[in-house]
Structure formats: C-alpha cells, structure tokens
Design a binder for this molecule. Structure first.
Ligand code: FES
Ligand code: FE2
Length: 383
C-alpha cells in the first residue's frame, strides 16, 4: 500500500476542478509530444482536420511538400481559421482573407501596403506553429517551449515498437469516439489500473478474478510505462529488439501508456480455425475542458495480410470482418464501463479530496503522477 504522494502541490487535483488550473496544466502539457491523428486523415494537398492540443484548437493540414500544424487562430486578430472538424482548401482566414503558406506566414494580405505600409514579407505575421513528428501513419505534435528533447529520445524504446506495430495499418475510421464528462486524468488512471477489473468489468476483463500479484510486473521507460504479462524490463527489451529486427509477432497481451494521453495495446481477439487473431488498439484522450474529454479509439487488425489462395489465407480473409465486429462490440462495452466510472469520479471530485492509496496493481498510476509532477515543474522525466 503506497499513499499517493501529494508533495509539491502539483498533483493536478485543481486541474480536475477548475477551468483556470486546467488551462495552466494544458499550457505545459501542450509542449510535450502528443499524438494528434493519422496521416490518412489528410490524404491530398490542402486537406485538413481540426483537433485540440494543450487545450487549444489546432489545425493539421497537408501542403504541397509536407504536413504542417498551427494553432487555429489567425495572426491578424485571432479569428479561428477552421470552423469545422475537417475539410479541404487553402489556408485563408474568413474574417479579412489573410492567406497563409506551409510555414504559417501570411503572404497573401489584401491591400497590405495600403493598410499596413509594408509588404506581407516585411510584416512577417505568423501563426503559432505546432512542431510535428511522425511514426508510420501516426502524427505527433507539440507547441514550442517544452522539454528540450527530440521526438526519438522522448519515445525511447516505444519508437521502434510503434514503428513496427503500425507498419501495415489499414486506414480506418475511429471505432469508438465519445465525449466523456470527466477529466482526462481519471481516464488515464483507469487505463493504468489493473485493480478495478473485477468490480467494473465483471463479464469481460474481470471475469476470471484478480490478476496474480506474483505474475504482474510493470515496465517503465522515460515518461511512459507498460504492462507486459510474462515479464517486465526484459520483456520490453526483447520486444524492442524484435521490432527493430522486424520479426516481432504478437503472442501475448501488451499495453503501453505514452505520456500524456496515448494508449497502445496488442490484444488477442480470439482463436479460431487453428489460427489466432490479434488487434492493435490505439486510444487517445483529448482533454477539452477540466470536466470533459474526448475519447477516440481505433481497433486495427494486426497482421491482416493473408495473400494467396491457401486454405488458411482464404479462411483468414473470411473470418476477419466478423472478428473485428465482435472486438468492436467488446471494446465499446469495456470503454463505456470505464467512462461511466470516470464520470462518477468527476461528479464528486473536490479540491480537498484525501490522498488516495495505490495498490500494487495501480503502480503505473503512481509512476504517471510522478512524471506529471516532474513535467509540471519544468523537469524532464526519466532524466
Ligand atoms: S482575423 Fe484573420 S484576417 Fe483578420
Ligand atoms: Fe477498465
């Protein structure tokens, strides 16, 4: 039993209760590498989507040579550049028609010399840029001014793992998307909690009772953590090496929590016809307000390729759609059970809530709290 350490007063409880503390927290977290979406959401030049980073609306757009992202706020007078969730078109503000390039510089300004006395180049008005990095189809971003760490170093062993797991992903729409009336940290916490399964998921995860503490070991790397049944750091190293070599094949449940809001899991769906079907789940929490979070999950078939006309290949192609449909039903149920619990926690959260006790099966919550505190204090987790 470990009392949750409330040291330094940066446990984030206020950010769960008040909009001001939430925005202050998000200002810091928006400078950490955060998963934003997939490149297939912007397949063609000028395609864009809108999302949230650090509590601010941002837009991600494909330009001629690359993808760029900016805060969704015109440099002229702050008008929102994008007012829908997705679309296609040049980056032109609807208020006074300022037009931006891929670097976020306003190069098309109506009547610029007459209105401002200089050329657009001289004015050099710029959007607030989001720095981007990509792993396979996954786009990550951060605002400037955060920890001085490269994307590679931030992800650590998680990078080759993600690279390998996402290399054959088929573009897919979210399998689950819901606005949950809960602070995002309750939702992260429940995803790091192997103690609630019997009470909250009695007919699925928890139907076989509690996990045996002797067999539960967690791994921690940098700001992130993992649960890999069958081993801890060694299993993490083995998986990293197999992914680097390119010969990793799913054989056990694995779950990775990437600070702050990304969860990636390799899940066995079922055994059928002498074959095992595995899914990759990519889950993202988008903190939208102190008491509101958008939960987006996509379930992908892992190793879906079954080419050729062998009986096994044909069987797999026929079986996959039903497997995925069943998994979606199961995943939706588990997500809803978790989200309902989080909404109840949110409805009762108070600034003077007592310090919780963390069980062995909640070890990763303690690690997350530690990382959170370090980041809030301007430090570098794992350094
Ligand atoms: S606010 Fe965007 S052009 Fe004026
Ligand atoms: Fe759960």
């Amino acid at each position: 039993m470990t009392p949750r350490d409330p040291a330094a007063g940066v446990t984030g409880i206020a950010a769960r209760v008040t909009p001001q503390a939430f925005q202050a927290e998000q200002d810091v977290l928006g400078r950490c590498w955060t998963f934003l979406g997939y490149d297939w959401q912007v397949p063609n030049q000028n395609d864009w989507f809108r999302t949230t980073l650090g509590g601010r609306s941002i837009l991600v757009q494909r330009f001629e040579k690359s993808i760029s992202a900016f805060e969704n706020k015109c440099a002229h007078r702050g008008y929102p550049l994008r007012n829908e969730d997705r679309g296609s078109g040049a980056l032109v503000c609807g208020f006074h028609h300022w037009r931006y390039n891929a670097e976020g510089v306003a190069l098309g300004i109506p009547e610029c010399p007459a209105m401002f006395g200089v050329t657009p180049r001289e004015l050099d008005a710029r959007l607030n840029r989001v720095e981007l990095a990509q792993v396979g189809p996954m786009i990550f971003g951060r605002f400037a001014g955060g920890p001085a760490i490269s994307f590679e170093d931030w992800m650590g062993p998680g990078l080759p793992i993600l690279k390998h797991l996402t290399r054959d992903l088929v573009p897919s729409k979210p399998s689950y998307e819901r606005v949950v009336q809960s602070n995002w940290r309750f939702m992260v916490d429940i995803s790091l909690d192997d103690y609630h399964i019997v009470a909250v998921h009695p007919s699925t995860f928890g139907k076989n009772g509690y996990l045996n503490p002797e067999q539960v070991h967690y791994a921690r790397f940098g700001a992130h953590s993992a649960y890999l049944p069958g081993g801890s750091q060694v299993a993490l190293e083995e998986m990293t090496q197999a992914c680097e070599r390119g010969d990793y094949a799913p054989h056990r449940y694995r779950i990775f929590q990437f600070f702050p809001t990304l969860i990636v899991a390799v899940v066995r769906i079922a055994d059928a016809f002498g074959d095992t079907y595995w899914a990759l789940t990519i889950q993202r929490f988008v903190p939208e307000a102190h008491d509101r979070t958008r939960a987006i999950s996509t379930f992908f078939p892992l190793a879906p390729k079954a080419e050729g006309m062998s009986q096994k290949a044909i069987q797999r192609r026929l079986t996959w759609p039903g497997m995925l449909a069943g998994f979606k039903y199961y995943g939706t149920r588990v997500h809803n059970e978790d989200n309902e619990a989080c909404e109840k926690l949110q409805a009762h959260v108070r600034l003077d809530d007592p310090t919780p006790y963390l069980a062995k099966h909640e070890t990763r919550i303690g690690w997350f709290d530690e990382t959170y505190r370090t980041v809030m204090q301007g430090g570098m987790p794992g350094a």
